[in-house]
Design a protein around this ligand. Structure first.
Ligand code: CP
Length: 356
């Protein structure tokens, strides 16, 4: 069964094909208006969302399918203590595909171990957000016409900004990509991601200065400081306004640099920037619907080709413990906690935290 748990579940060729499908949908929406007729998408959202949940819903409706689910875990039996493993084994009786957002890192991986229908990760804690990455890539492609040879500046909360983690993994696979990671030192990219970038030999620098980095950038990817991931409000308040993009800071940017943001924005882009033709963050939202149409259509087609029987319950529970308190393994039963990378580091299978 093919899922989309993290962006590297898809090869670059498969991503290129998805983008081509999305562009075909944009050109000829009528051809796809009944492509998923009779199919149902379950949106299981344990954490708030505007764009992702509504764009999944709109995407399935425009493919002729139906949508069910919940947008608040408190309104489901999760509030009575039901675990992800049980919820997905219930929901697979009612739906053909699941899009799951969860505050616990790795929750969609647990879902995929129990469900016999495709699982799409719609954002898991501060870990990954692969469908936002596909959205970002469609936007980049529509404006730049390529992925290779671009310099991308990621600015803001690079520690908890899951969209950054997924986009860096995806874009790094294209030739000649350079990353400029711009953040306060407290919010630098997580160690596991830095190690992965170094393992693949991707070019990157880390800096705290946005204006110095600006002239080199083809893409500026702004992010919100993720208040909900901080243990202390005081620490959040100290860091929340680290970077505020305004017209003055754009004075030395390239004329065709594009400005992306996964949204929601809080304070990190001044409203005056919205009128600049380089600001594409609202166009990104629309691209999110088209790429999710392409994704649902593709995963359902693959699932038809390789139908699975209901999975056997996992009986072996991992004796290991992940040190990440935000990992799903801290609160729910999991197996196969540990995976070893080429350089010998042991990682948590669910959230990628390096286990010493
Ligand atoms: N970009 C994004 O994930 O937005 P939502 O949290 O509104 O879904």
């Amino acid at each position: 069964m093919r899922n989309l748990l993290e962006i590297t579940d898809f090869t670059t060729q498969e991503i290129d094909t998805l983008i081509a499908t999305a562009i075909d949908i944009i050109k000829e929406p009528k051809r796809y208006s009944e492509a998923c007729k009779g199919k149902k998408l379950a949106t299981l959202f344990y954490e708030p969302s505007t764009r992702t949940r509504l764009s999944f819903t709109a995407a399935m409706m425009e493919l002729g399918g139906n949508v069910l689910g919940f947008s608040d875990a408190a309104a489901s039996s999760v509030s009575k203590g039901e675990v992800v493993a049980d919820t997905v084994r219930v929901v697979e009786n009612f739906a053909d595909i699941i899009a799951m957002r969860h505050n616990k890192e790795g929750a969609p991986w647990v879902a995929s171990q129990f469900a016999s229908i495709p699982i799409i990760n719609a954002g898991d804690g501060g870990h990954c957000h692969p469908t936002q990455t596909l959205t970002d890539m469609l936007t980049i492609y529509r404006h730049k016409g390529r992925f290779s040879g671009l310099t991308i500046g990621f600015c803001g909360d690079l520690l908890y900004g899951r969209t950054v983690h997924s986009l860096a993994k995806a874009m790094g696979r294209y030739e000649g990509i350079k990353f400029v990671f711009i953040s306060p030192k407290e919010l630098k990219i997580p160690d596991y991601l830095r190690k992965e970038i170094e393992k693949h030999g991707y070019q990157y620098i880390e800096t705290t200065n946005l204006e110095d980095a600006m002239p080199s950038l083809d893409i500026l990817y702004m992010t919100r400081v993720q208040k909900e991931r901080f243990d202390s409000e005081a620490e959040y308040n100290k860091l929340k306004d680290s970077f505020i993009l305004d017209m003055h800071k754009l004075h030395n940017a390239q004329k065709d640099m594009i400005i992306l943001h996964p949204l929601p924005r809080v304070n990190e882009i001044a409203y005056e920037v919205d009128a600049d033709p380089r600001a594409l963050y609202f166009e990104q939202v629309l691209n999110g619907k088209f790429i999710r149409m392409a994704l649902i259509y593709t995963l359902l087609r693959w699932a038809e080709e390789h139908k699975e029987s209901p999975k056997q319950p996992i009986v072996e529970v991992s004796p290991l413990k992940c040190k990440n308190a935000r990992c799903i393994s801290a609160t729910e039963m999991v197996s196969s906690l540990c995976t070893t990378s080429e350089n010998g580091d042991r990682h948590c299978f669910y959230c990628d935290t390096i286990l010493k």
